[in-house]
Design a protein around this ligand. Sequence first.
Ligand code: ADP
Ligand code: ZN
Length: 216
Amino acid sequence: MIKNIILMGPPGAGKGTLAKQLLAAYPFTHISTGDMFREAIKAGSELGKLAKSLIDDGHLVPDEVTIALVKERLSRDDCANGFILDGFPRTLPQAKALEKIAEEISRPIEIVVNLDCDTNELIRRISGRRVCRSCGAPYHIETKIPQIEGVCDICGGPLYQRKDDNEESLKVRLGHYVHDTKPLLDFYRERNLIKNFDASGGYEQIFDQVFAYLNK
Ligand code: ADP
Ligand code: ZN
């Protein structure tokens, strides 16, 4: 069975949602660098202080910092049954470092699930996105409305809008995606690891397709 997975795609493509769906079906560990940075910010750690202004403005956290964080995380025991990397790698140096780390710890990447999505749809999704502060569940003000306004259906936690989900930051994030992250598709194509999925449709649809592919 395929078990060590990278989720790639522009902001808003649905990487986080797909990761959560896959976690319900497989014994994988979810490694989201975005979530790790947001936790560091909440905790007020040194890492959080460094990351905060960069993330709020839509910029990337420096490679050395991000790579060190992922290296430590991937080496833990809970990754032995498989992992889903969500939001990492995002630059060529990160992809090269990951290749080396994966070899050192004998946990090779087996597939890169690439989510394709139209830019207008990304903007629509991100500008209406709300997230549960307690459990991280995603909502949308038009397409995934909670039963009670501002309250998470799953855990009752408060919903909020991420500070980087505004028009200005989103422009910067999409720019970084095109400039820094998109070139990774060639890197992984050369290694025969890419599998493309159309993520413009509904969330259920992508999950069904990825699930079917992983079980092949
Ligand atoms: P999204 O995919 O919606 O943009 P994430 O939660 O994956 O959101 O990431 C949020 C922010 O965290 C990014 O815009 C960036 O500032 C920072 N970040 C996350 N992963 C990385 C990474 N691999 N390298 C550098 N910065 C990162
Ligand atoms: Zn919740």
